[in-house]
Design a protein around this ligand. Structure first.
Ligand code: ADP
Length: 519
């Protein structure tokens, strides 16, 4: 038979360990340990110091200890390097410090908190005023309590880490740029992140619990295998080492589709049973657009290059023919064409170089105080002299305020807009260039009576290599660079460029750009 007080102690310990191990919140566990240790030893105060992940030894929780004592303790703990030895050293220190700050504590017992493998988690210190010292029995009981406490601290810490990891993982998934869907083995959706909702315009709350195929409707499969096709062949157990992917278009809720690539990963449990399938949905819209742009670019540029080259070659070989004698006028005319076409080629190449400079963001400008009305009149005159087909009118006041701009570059913008107006409006029609001033800017407008730009194309036409369907269909020459470069130039000056209709159902378009006024 155990003596009565032993039975009570044993029951007490049992109760404590039950209470401790059922809790997972670290600060709650620490508070409980302190309270019960103080209780058990008839003490007045206690503290727990733990080895933090950064290896520093820190007071994590205290009970009944006045702030002045805590303040003196903190630096001592922080300086401690060998924590294992420090536990007992500290025990002596504590008595001295307690006395120094005028506290009546004159007994301290320290108990290391260790778990399996002797891993040192920290230590528990209990203070009491009553004399008599801690008996061996006290220490023994306390040590078995400390062992329980260590397990509880360890569990709570692991749980804290796990919760932290989970939160981090949730955040990564939620804010991933790719759509992420986690489903069970039967394809029931369990997690649906924000990017996924945006991609197909379906809120997560609606997708959860539905079948993957019901929410992500794949059309026009282009490559790879769908989940169902792969599973029919034994995936993920057979061939699981290969990444499963499928490429195609996903149906969006509001109609329309989005081009995607989906990669699937299988999560198996220890017994090899399928627990989860994780789908990563990557938006290919930009990639497709870039590919399309590249194709349009190649065809437009090669067409643009071929035409002058063919003309130059044609005229040059005609002139070279040994069997023909050309009069001087014909020779001059032919050389003129050759020269013009060579200029045209040089201009195209220069534009391509400019486009790549603009994209890299290093357009060099040499701005000066510029008489913009004078420039408009000069450029209009040049076009008026060149084209017999259109009337180019500079309708601008001669007292426009000066602007601060690079003359050659603004000439390039004006020439682009006027030559587009010529290209996209019928012969005989009028092209009018006007100007107006606001307190900070000067706005120049080139208006034509041509085919116009439909509202849905108005933002796209300033993109690199963009050419409208109708321009391509009609076979109008061009590489889709003029407006892109004009925009880059105007914006490098701190201005804007835009297009509007002519209003009131009148045909044509109005291209305007603004430039800052000279100070
Ligand atoms: P390009 O003329 O070489 O195709 P731009 O960048 O100059 O390239 O123009 C892009 C597109 O904008 C053209 O393909 C055309 O569809 C449209 N566009 C430009 N200027 C006009 C205009 N004045 N009227 C109608 N459409 C225009």
């Amino acid at each position: 038979m155990l003596p009565d007080y032993r039975v009570r102690q044993r029951d007490y310990l049992l109760e404590i360990s039950r209470a401790l191990t059922s809790r997972l919140n670290l600060s709650e566990v620490l508070r409980l340990i302190l309270q019960q240790a103080t209780d058990m030893l008839n003490g007045q105060a206690a503290l727990i110091a733990l080895v933090e992940p950064d290896a520093r030894y820190t007071i994590r929780q205290s009970y009944g200890i006045p702030q002045p004592l805590l303040d003196q303790l903190k630096p001592i703990l922080h300086q401690t390097e060998n924590v294992d030895e420090a536990v007992t050293a500290l025990e002596h220190n504590l008595v001295a410090i307690a006395e120094r700050v005028g506290l009546g504590f004159w007994e301290v017992v320290s108990l290391p908190l260790k778990v399996e493998g002797d891993e040192f988690l920290g230590a528990l210190y209990v203070f009491r005023m009553r004399g008599g010292g801690f008996s061996r029995d006290d220490r023994r009981i306390l040590q078995s309590f400390a062992d329980q406490a260590a397990i509880a601290v360890n569990n709570a810490r692991l749980y804290e880490q796990l919760t932290h990891e989970k939160r981090r993982l949730d955040a990564i998934l939620e804010f991933s740029a790719d759509g992420v869907v986690i489903m069970d083995g039967a394809h029931r959706i369990q997690m649906f992140n924000r990017a996924m909702s945006n991609l197909i315009d379906v809120p997560a709350a609606e997708a959860i619990s539905k079948r993957f195929e019901e929410v992500l409707v794949l059309k026009n499969k282009r490559a790879g295998a769908t989940l169902e096709e792969a599973e029919a062949k034994g995936w993920p157990l057979v061939g699981s080492s290969q990444t499963l992917f499928v490429e195609g278009d996903l149906q969006r809720r509001n109609g329309g589709v989005i081009s995607v690539e989906i990669a699937f990963a299988a999560l198996l449990n220890r017994e090899g049973r399928l627990v989860n399938i994780i789908a990563d949905v990557h938006d290919l819209t930009r990639f497709r657009a870039a590919e399309e742009m590249k194709a349009t670019f190649i065809s437009a540029v090669s067409h643009e290059l071929k035409t002058p080259v063919a003309l130059i070659k044609g005229y040059a070989s005609t002139l070279r023919r040994a069997d023909a004698k050309w009069d001087e006028a014909t020779v001059r005319e032919s050389l003129k064409v050759i020269e013009e076409e060579a200029d045209h080629l040089a201009e195209l190449i220069e534009n391509l170089l400019d486009a790549s400079r603009a994209q890299a963001g290093n357009f060099k400008l040499t701005p000066v105080e510029l008489d913009i009305d004078d420039l408009v009149v000069r450029v209009a005159k040049k076009f008026e002299a060149q084209t017999q087909s259109h009337k180019v009118i500079a309708d601008i006041a001669s007292d426009m305020p000066l602007v601060f701009a690079d003359e050659a570059r603004i000439t390039q913008v004006l020439s682009n807009l006027i030559s587009n107006a010529v290209k996209y409006s019928p012969p005989g029609s009028e092209i009018r260039i006007t100007g107006r001033a606001t307190p900070n800017e000067v706005i120049i407008t080139v208006a034509d009576q041509g085919v116009g730009v439909p509202p849905e194309e108005r933002s796209k036409i300033f993109e690199r290599f963009y050419r409208s369907e109708s321009a391509i269909r009609r076979g109008t020459p061009g590489a889709g660079l003029g407006l892109y470069l004009s925009k880059a130039i105007v914006e490098a000056h701190g201005g804007r460029i835009w297009v509007e209709g002519n209003g009131d159902d009148r045909p044509g378009s109005r291209f305007s750009f603004s430039l800052p006024r000279a100070a």
